[in-house]
Design a binder for this molecule. Sequence first.
Ligand SMILES: Cc1cc2nc3c(=O)[nH]c(=O)nc-3n(C[C@H](O)[C@H](O)[C@H](O)COP(=O)(O)OP(=O)(O)OC[C@H]3O[C@@H](n4cnc5c(N)ncnc54)[C@H](O)[C@@H]3O)c2cc1C
Length: 278
Amino acid sequence: MKPAPFGYERPRDLQAALAVLNQVSDSAKIIAGGQSLGPMLNLRLVEPQLIVDITGLAELKQAERRGDELVLGACVTHADIEDGRTADVTRGAMQRVAANIAYRAVRNRGTVGGSLSHADPAADWVSALAALGAKLTLRSSAGARAVAMEDFVVGALECALRAGEIIETVHVPARPASAHWGYAKSCRKTGEFAHAIGAVLIDPSARTARIVIGAIDAAPIVITDAMELFGGRIGGDYKDRFDTRVADAILAKAGVSNAAQRHIHASVLKRAVCEAAA
Ligand SMILES: Cc1cc2nc3c(=O)[nH]c(=O)nc-3n(C[C@H](O)[C@H](O)[C@H](O)COP(=O)(O)OP(=O)(O)OC[C@H]3O[C@@H](n4cnc5c(N)ncnc54)[C@H](O)[C@@H]3O)c2cc1C
């Protein structure tokens, strides 16, 4: 199938893009890498009157370290991160996540902002950036606002973007020297979307943990107070105290009714915990 006819604009800068989106937000769609929007257009799942191409916006391609955080423009690609063209504030965590997204051809074009906006529950950045405690700057012609990753994805393919708004930047806090990272996913074959994701950032010294269970056909489960998963204490031997029964109960409460699926999610999360502890 071919897309329905649409108009095409390639604004010269962010202000111009926001002005266009402000005028026609109801009937326009942004295109970044086109890796999700392209198929959706071809299948006529979306039929926008206008496509606003943001790939030429230099403001959205920048990546720089500012103090204790990495500020990534929304059009930074997965390959930019995989290849180390962005500063590494997470001690390799983001690079490894990027390198395992789909195939190289997809990573060359797919962008961080596009992946988050599309809000596929199985998308790697949706879970990984929530676990890393990232925040987003969303901008419209009316101004900017900050949204924490855990508040951004509100359901499967649903996010907090308002009409005329664009993801401008992603702010990733530096991973503390004492914080351990683990990321695991289960896919039918390499390069395919995951059907279970576990992402953990555990700091035994600070006794804190951020745990994300992703790819659950809904917004990811983000657990910021993870004590109960570790028998009430986040300490040095947390791997041995990880309780899959608690993970199972959290998944059941979140609406994952199939026991086999809960088992896969809890097992993948345990793999992420073990990786963090290794
Ligand atoms: C075969 C295949 C396998 C894949 N496997 C994986 C995988 O294993 N893991 C994974 O995480 N991803 C996977 N993907 C998705 C891919 O990684 C892309 O990140 C994703 O498709 C969207 O990024 P994009 O830049 O191409 O966005 P686009 O397709 O251009 O846009 C997607 C959506 O986001 C909106 N949008 C884009 N940028 C912005 C912005 N800055 N602000 C507001 N809205 C915006 C668009 O309007 C559209 O609604 C796969 C894709 C393909 C084709």
